[in-house]
Design a protein around this ligand. Structure first.
Ligand code: ING
Length: 308
């Protein structure tokens, strides 16, 4: 693939709790078809794109929680997405809840994969920064139980060369942590794909609800600029099971400029022209790590979790 191509965020509107995966996949396939018509080469679906954002509920029984997890990828329900993307010669990012059997131990992660144009899974990332809380907090208008339902990701912050692109993944809350972006930057990333499910209402600081869209773009733009990388942010958006999720899916240039942004809170393709060689404008100059970084002065960054 040329290093100049069209990348797109495939924003998804709300997914109902009981919406069958095959119906969600049909919505995604429609976005793949539109992407093909618009000459897209890379398509980014959101975090946990196959189901509703289930950490918003406290569920006692593990069997009920596990309904939202994938044990095979692609499953029969998801296969049509892989087929449509391969037919359209489109590489894509997909976020989903992953349940694996690790030598007899069940493990559960908030995961995202990259699939190349031939339909091969060539990259996997498991979310490291799990926001929210572990125990039921009934006083909240909705829960955010990622710390309960997922383990912390155990794959680090890998960057893989896919279709001649140094590609990396962050998942939702990860994008708020500059250390996560910098880990990808130090691995030479040229395009970061970041799916997210971000409620507008943040119960612990409701005065920030009005700032959620600003904070979203602030994080994506800063991450892009400070690491000389493109960023594609893809939202699950809209009022999903009574919970308002922000949209704002976008494509950000290595300069930090937003090249394209969603205009709705529904299923929407957000396309922009990418020229990966433009990353060098930043990586070779203002953020030339070899010339300007001073890691021997940053010891505190990895010594403990930090002060309040
Ligand atoms: N969601 C949110 C995010 O980091 C959140 C959690 C919401 C944090 C609002 C701060 C404010 O975008 C996920 N899934 O990480």
């Amino acid at each position: 693939m040329s290093r100049r191509f069209i990348a797109a965020a495939a924003q998804l509107g709300p997914i109902a709790r009981d919406e069958p995966r095959r119906d969600v996949v049909a919505r995604m396939v429609r976005l793949v078809e539109e992407a093909r018509r618009r000459g897209v080469s890379w398509l980014v679906f959101p975090e946990l794109a196959l189901t509703t954002f289930f950490p918003r509920w406290f569920m006692e029984r593990q069997s009920e929680v596990d309904r939202f997890f994938e044990t095979r990828m692609p499953s029969a329900d998801v296969q049509p997405l892989f087929d449509a993307a391969r037919g359209a010669e489109i590489a894509f990012h997909l976020g989903f809840a992953e349940k694996v059997d690790d030598s007899g131990v069940e493990r559960r992660f908030n995961t995202a994969i990259l699939v190349d144009r031939a339909g091969r899974i060539v990259h996997k990332y498991r979310k490291v920064h799990l926001p929210g809380h572990r125990d039921h907090e009934p006083q909240r208008p909705f829960q955010h139980l990622e710390k309960r339902y997922f383990e912390r990701g155990d794959l680090g912050f890998p960057v893989t060369t896919v279709e001649d692109c140094r590609a990396g993944v962050l998942i939702c809350n990860d994008r708020r942590w500059p250390e996560a972006f910098r880990m990808l930057g130090l691995n030479g990333v040229e395009m970061v794909m970041a799916g997210y499910n971000t409620p507008r209402h943040y119960p612990l600081a409701p005065e920030h609800d009005r700032l959620q869209d600003f904070h979203n773009h602030l994080c994506l733009q800063a991450g892009a600029y400070q690491n000389g990388t493109y960023v594609v942010g893809a939202a699950k958006a809209g009022v999903e099971e009574g919970c308002e999720l922000i949209g704002g899916s976008c494509v950000v240039a290595p300069t930090g400029e937003i090249l394209a942004v969603a205009a709705t809170l529904g299923d929407e393709l957000v396309c922009a022209a990418v020229d990966l060689d433009r990353c060098a404008e930043i990586k070779r100059n203002i953020f030339n790590f070899a010339q300007h970084r001073q890691p021997d002065t940053y010891g505190l960054l990895t010594q403990g979790v930090g002060q309040l």
